[in-house]
Design a protein around this ligand. Structure first.
Ligand SMILES: Cc1ncc(COP(=O)(O)O)c(C=O)c1O
Length: 387
């Protein structure tokens, strides 16, 4: 993984005579002849790669394509297709899967906006919400797609992907792999059809890029590119440049954040102001043994619940000084947020209850700071709140 992360998507660099990702900002490309332009256009309209000229930047961009190739290698997928955000990526999967106006089975909790996109009338999906064990019973003859997240945002609930794919039968499964990153989990190896990321998170890693990416088979990638051409949910080449620049350090950042999350989870678990800690690395938190079998580690994100409920959670968010009280995750600095009031507010009371999201829950995305400094900040905030 470490070697792949450093070299993936850089295969053409020597031939190009460059050492860092070349940034191509062209929106249009000169054509050697009309016939050559038409042939390339036809290839891309069919979901394929350009034959020579990319013709127009909504069809193809070389800087984006190199980062996509890198992600595909890490995910052990045929290909990856990049979008302007994680939500643009999810919308493209729903379109490419033919899920618009059709029946979808979804497992809660999901990231709040994914939950809302499915449940709102916007795309006309008819959703059956199911527990992981209830997926097989929820499948109908007209089910187009199964949607799941593991680890789930924000509760860190894990799903056995082999079992989920078996329960889905012939229905393809999309898994949001944002929390694990390809360093810790590669869903396609378990039969998942699309592994989706908000690349805004650890793949970018520095809190300065909005992006989404989907790793999948060659055939499904072609369908996603066709959707992208028509709907225009493109990744900007400058963002792709930054993402490719961040790729070599992804394993280091994920492992450092994971070590911090593990230690913070242990200490939070022992703290009297904390009623529960949700982190798959804690003893007893992974009864199916998925960490080790399906995941190469529990990851850098955890959730915890405060004895004092909503007000205590609000107090901790207000009191932290080193830790940033902000949504998002996977950054170099530690972020703390309140799912019920922020990322999952749009889901509504019933959906939050079904997903196990309580008013006293906080989600922490560990950064790569010194864990003692993080704990000193968190412990002081907990003390203030308890007092
Ligand atoms: C697990 C997960 N999936 C998808 C998204 C949506 O990604 P984006 O904000 O890049 O559109 C998010 C955003 O927080 C997320 O946490």
């Amino acid at each position: 993984m470490s070697t792949t992360a450093v070299h993936a998507g850089r295969e053409q660099f020597r031939a190009l005579g460059v050492h860092t990702p070349p940034l191509d900002r062209s929106t249009t490309y000169p054509l050697t002849s009309l016939d050559a332009g038409t042939a390339s256009l036809d290839a891309m309209a069919a979901g394929g790669r350009p034959e020579g000229s990319p013709v127009y930047a909504r069809l193809h961009n070389p800087t984006v394509a190199r980062w996509e190739a890198g992600i595909a290698q890490l995910e052990q997928a045929d290909e990856a297709v990049a979008f302007g955000s994680g939500m643009a990526a999810m919308t493209a999967v729903l379109l490419a899967a033919g899920a618009v106006g059709r029946h979808v089975v979804a497992v809660r909790p999901l990231y709040g906006c994914t939950d809302h996109l499915l449940g709102s009338d916007l795309l006309g999906c008819q959703v059956t919400w199911a527990s992981p064990d209830g997926v097989a019973d929820a499948i109908r003859d007209d089910t187009a797609l199964v949607v799941a997240e593991t680890p789930a945002n924000p509760t860190l609930r894990l799903i056995d992907l082999d079992a989920l794919v078996a329960a889905a039968g012939d229905v393809p499964v999309v898994v949001d792999n944002t929390f694990a990153t390809p360093i810790l989990q590669r869903p396609l190896l378990h039969g998942v059809a699309w592994s989706l990321h908000s690349a805004t998170k650890a793949l970018s890693g520095h809190g300065d890029v909005m992006a989404g990416v989907v790793a999948t088979s060659g055939e499904r990638a072609a369908a996603l590119r066709q959707v992208r051409i028509l709907t225009g949910g493109l990744l900007d080449p400058q963002a792709a440049y930054l993402l490719h620049r961040s790729l070599p350090t992804l394993p280091l950042r994920v492992r450092a954040a994971q070590a911090n999350a593990m230690e913070l989870a242990r200490r939070l678990h022992a703290h009297p102001a904390v009623s529960a800690v949700h982190y798959p690395g804690l003893p007893g938190s992974d009864p199916s043994g998925l960490v080790g079998r399906q995941m190469d580690g529990p990851g850098g994100i955890l959730a915890f619940e405060l004895v004092g409920g909503h007000d205590a959670a609000a107090g901790v968010m207000k009191s932290v000084e080193l830790i940033t009280p902000a949504v998002s995750l996977g950054s170099t600095d530690t972020l703390l947020q309140h799912p019920a009031g922020l990322t999952h507010r749009i889901v509504g009371d019933e959906g939050r209850a079904a997903g196990g999201i309580t008013p006293g829950m906080l989600r922490l995305s560990a950064g790569i700071e010194d864990v003692e400094d993080l704990w000193a900040d968190l412990a002081a905030a907990l003390e203030l709140t308890a007092g």
